[in-house]
Design a protein around this ligand. Structure first.
Ligand code: OOG
Ligand code: MG
Length: 262
């Protein structure tokens, strides 16, 4: 750790205010180039602490930057992990107010729900499949608080990996009934296919993203509890949205999920 607790708290407040007030900020590494990975996750943890103190509840976890399409789009080469709280959740077919966000983008995700806890180190896709209750389609709305959606990995980790909203829907399918690598993914914006992919785009197998999360938490002495919902990471590039847009995601064998922006 390179930053003091006081600076970590100050940066968490700064980034969370940007989220809650829907305004952008400059990358925090500009003023704090010395910050390290632990500082970045400590800032994220402090944002979570602020939300829990306000009565929010954790409803899931996310993996980000797990596909080459996303890594290339954002100019980074390592996945990141974040948390999802209650007010990020939007019902299937529901509405998202763009005025509450800075510059939202949307991406297709394969979502896991666990029936057993997962703990690293050494967690692999076999453990993940054995611990998974079901998979389902999800849309994630990411909204970096950084100017022009440009950041480096430490800045984006501190900003809870751009988390802002998510939508779950479709069918909950037992993980043994599908081949997650070859699952076709089609995301449509206003009726036009804007992103097309397959599950293998996520680290070769989306369960590998969940294993990475378990190993990341294991290194900190934490685990993924049984029952946890986890977004495994955008399969394709994220697509910018504005008021008036509607987005529908179809995943082969898992059904569809949609949302409207107003
Ligand atoms: C970081 C969050 C990435 C994903 O699924 O790759 C993410 C970003 O691109 O802003 O959620
Ligand atoms: Mg995502």
């Amino acid at each position: 750790m390179k930053l003091t607790q006081q600076v970590i708290e100050q940066l968490a407040e700064h980034l969370e205010n940007a989220e809650l007030q829907a305004h952008d900020v400059v990358k925090i590494t500009e003023a704090h180039p010395e910050m390290d990975w632990d500082d970045a996750y400590a800032i994220q943890a402090e944002i979570l602490r602020r939300k829990l103190a306000r009565g929010n509840r954790v409803v899931g976890l996310k993996c980000g930057l797990t596909s080459h399409a996303k890594m290339k789009q954002m100019g980074v080469d390592t996945p990141c992990f974040g948390f999802l709280v209650d007010y990020f959740s939007v019902a299937d077919g529901g509405e998202i107010k763009v005025a509450e966000l800075v510059h939202p983008k949307i991406e297709p995700e394969i979502v896991f729900v666990l029936k057993k806890a997962l703990k690293g180190p050494g967690c692999h896709i076999g453990n993940v499949l054995a611990a998974t209750d079901f998979v389902m389609p999800g849309l994630e709305i990411i909204d970096s608080r950084y100017r022009d959606f440009k950041f480096d990995l430490k800045s984006v980790i501190a900003d809870n990996c751009s988390s802002s909203r998510f939508v779950l829907g479709g069918q909950a399918v037992p993980v043994g009934e599908v081949d997650l690598r070859t699952l076709g993914v089609v995301m449509e914006k206003n009726g036009e296919a804007v992103a097309i992919g397959a599950g293998a785009a996520v680290l070769g197998h989306p369960a590998a993203a969940i294993a990475m999360l378990a190993n990341h938490l294991g290194a900190r002495g934490e685990e993924i509890p049984a029952g946890t919902m986890i977004l495994s990471g955008g399969v394709t590039e994220a697509v910018a949205v504005q008021a008036g847009d509607h987005v529908n995601l179809r995943i082969q064998a898992l059904g569809s999920v949609g949302v409207r922006f107003i």
